[in-house]
Design a protein around this ligand. Structure first.
Ligand SMILES: *Cc1c(COP(=O)(O)O)cnc(C)c1O
Length: 386
């Protein structure tokens, strides 16, 4: 079978209801009316590859919990919204979301191979809708040409790489045709859910622009659990990196799936070994139908503190959240700054030990504007009383 036939067969054979998954794959799986209703409300698909990573067909399994609809998705969530990041309000041209001066997101398609139960873009993904047309891509390219301060375009969706090779090439070509676009980041969950998609032909399409002196193309993968790094996934990652496509990974922190230091350590270590840079660890967004997977912020902060002690620097991602309503990502770090005082800062290292760090002697004079910041914080002389 050709490589292309292999990924298309995975899609054709994907299970699209809990009952179909039980009938063909997991006869001992329990299906409740709530699961059927959740699958109607938020679309379901599970590829044979992703199903093969399940060990126990119930919600205690981190793979099963990410792809099989749970009745918890129907629970009312007081803070949840269909568009938690307010993306609809920041679209200067159809399909393009812009929230930073120099970066924009292109929503190229709405389909995925597997529908993540934790998706924050459930308003888009799984809604059957055509992917970006030539006319839409031309309008996006025109807008980018008129706004050259945007030099980095993130291609997202849905999953842009689920489109046929010709459409992936059309997106890459449209963006590469704008001389001010220097980076194209392609966000895809397929390395985890459909690694067969990374055929030599697709890898060539992604590697082509940089070889011609055009924009750098990065692949932004989405692995959440070490078990997703199956041999097929590792082969896909190796093909990309060997071809000169750098891969960065975004992980979503999910309750009961990966909210333990051991799991995240194993995931980030394995990615690092595979030449993939762990880039972001995201706090789960306030989207509809995913509240049961959200952790308290304190969990993520405690995990980051623990990971700092266990992993090499390049293997540690930034812990971020997208504030409700938009406004751009906010980076969260376990607090190393305990207190800022006049001319000095009280710091805490990973083991909880305290240190006083002095500013340069003339800092107050040279950086007069920092005085406001200094004035409303407590004096660090309290340090000795701790
Ligand atoms: C996340 C995001 C980006 C990219 O942010 P980085 O921090 O550069 O990865 C750009 N635009 C929007 C709307 C985003 O949500």
């Amino acid at each position: 079978m050709s490589a292309a036939a292999d990924w298309r067969r995975q899609l054709r054979e994907a299970w699209r209801s809990p009952d179909a998954l039980r009938r063909d794959r997991f006869p001992r799986m329990q299906v409740t009316p709530g699961m059927r209703e959740a699958a109607l409300r938020f679309r379901m698909a599970v590829t044979p590859h992703y199903a093969s990573l399940v060990r126990v067909p119930d919600f205690s399994d981190p793979i099963f919990a990410q792809c099989v609809p749970s009745q918890d998705e129907l629970r009312a969530a007081p803070f949840a919204s269909p568009d938690p990041l307010g993306e609809v309000r920041s679209m200067p041209v159809p399909r393009l979301v812009r929230r930073y001066p120099d970066r924009a997101v292109l929503l190229a398609s709405s389909s995925c191979a597997c529908y993540c139960r934790h998706c924050f873009r459930k308003r888009v993904s799984g809604v059957p809708e055509p992917s970006a047309s030539d006319a839409e891509l031309a309008a996006v390219a025109r807008w980018l040409g008129a706004n050259p301060e945007v030099d980095d375009v993130l291609v997202s969706g849905g999953d842009p790489l689920l489109m046929p090779d010709t459409r992936v090439r059309a997106v890459i070509d449209a963006l590469s045709s704008v001389s001010s676009v220097r980076v194209i980041r392609v966000g895809s969950r397929l390395p985890a859910t459909l690694p067969q998609r990374f055929t030599p032909a697709l890898v060539r399409i992604l590697a082509a622009p940089a070889r011609r002196g055009g924009p750098a193309v990065y692949l932004m993968s989405h692995f959440n659990h070490p078990r997703e790094l199956a041999p097929e996934a590792l082969r896909a990652l190796r093909a990309l990196v060997d071809a000169g496509v750098p891969v960065c990974n975004q992980t979503v922190l999910l309750r009961g799936v990966n909210d333990s230091a051991d799991t995240l350590e194993a995931l980030f270590r394995a990615l690092y070994h595979a030449r993939v840079r762990p880039y972001y660890l995201f706090q789960t967004d306030l989207a509809e139908g995913i509240e049961h997977l959200r952790t308290p912020l304190a969990t993520g902060l405690a995990l980051m503190r623990e990971l700092r002690a266990r992993l090499s620097g390049p293997a540690i991602p930034n812990f971020c959240l997208d504030p409700p309503g938009g406004g751009g990502k906010i980076e969260l770090s376990p607090e190393s700054v305990v207190r800022r005082g006049r001319g000095e800062t009280l710091l805490r290292n990973g083991r909880g030990e305290l240190f006083l760090y002095p500013d340069p002697q003339d800092a107050a004079r040279r950086f007069g504007s920092e005085r406001a910041d200094t004035a409303d914080s407590t004096d660090t002389s309290g340090a000795s009383r701790q």
